[in-house]
Design a protein around this ligand. Structure first.
Ligand code: ZN
Length: 224
């Protein structure tokens, strides 16, 4: 199920926790927000389906629960945004390409860890280890999110903790804000580690056009 209003919004993080971090533009600490992608529980539901955090069955269960208890939907959205900001504060200081507001992010890193841990332990309390004999690997399945109302933030915080625990630091990058990028975080999986922008078609092209304009203006000044 795709939502056309989300179609133009690129998914570039390479990990659900980074895709979550990238649901606001520009991605930074301080300064004006140009676009917030998660403004309502409905946005959150559509986005979660789009990044395949939830399947269709989860989708209907969550939608039904949220419809009968809108305050739980708002609570899930609030938890998601808290996890998003905590994940950003923990990850951003370690991302290549982050320059703007790095100090501000670094200062809040400690409390961000605590917020992630609290959310993660609540999610663990709503998880189940289900024995499964018909597996090639492992003997049980870990099901995160047994409560539909909180399923989305629960899965997101587990994903965020997994990333914090295991991220390949040389792959973690930010689209460079100081060069006109959006600050989104992503995993650079290119063989030579040469990916600089969230997406070349987006920020890369915009930066190129701007540079070209600056060069033309500079030349114009020299000629006059
Ligand atoms: Zn970008």
């Amino acid at each position: 199920m795709t939502d056309s209003s989300h179609a133009e919004f690129r998914i570039v993080g390479g990990h659900p926790a980074l895709d979550l971090v990238n649901t606001v533009t520009p991605r930074a600490r301080g300064g004006a927000v140009e676009h917030e992608y998660l403004t309502s529980p409905a946005d959150l539901l559509a986005w979660s389906r789009r990044i395949e955090l939830i399947d269709l069955r989860d989708y209907s269960a969550i939608e039904g629960t949220w419809r009968s208890a809108p305050e739980l939907a708002e609570k899930a959205l609030g938890a998601t945004l808290e996890i998003r900001e905590a994940a950003y504060d923990v990850l951003a200081p370690h991302a290549a390409g982050v320059a703007v507001a790095k100090d501000g992010v670094k200062r809040s890193e400690g409390s961000a860890f605590e917020r992630l841990m609290l959310r993660w332990s609540a999610a663990a309390a709503r998880s189940m280890l289900i024995p499964d004999a018909d597996r090639e690997r492992g003997i049980a399945e870990l099901v995160v999110g047994t409560s539909p109302a909180q399923l989305i933030p629960d899965r997101l915080v587990v994903a965020a903790v997994e990333l914090v625990r295991a991220v390949e630091l040389r792959q973690l990058r930010a689209c460079p804000v100081e060069d006109g990028g959006c600050g989104w975080l992503f995993l650079d999986r290119s063989r030579n580690g040469s990916r600089r922008w969230c997406a070349m078609e987006d920020c890369g092209t915009r930066a190129k056009i701007r540079k070209l304009g600056e060069r033309r203006r500079a030349t114009g000044v020299l000629q006059s």
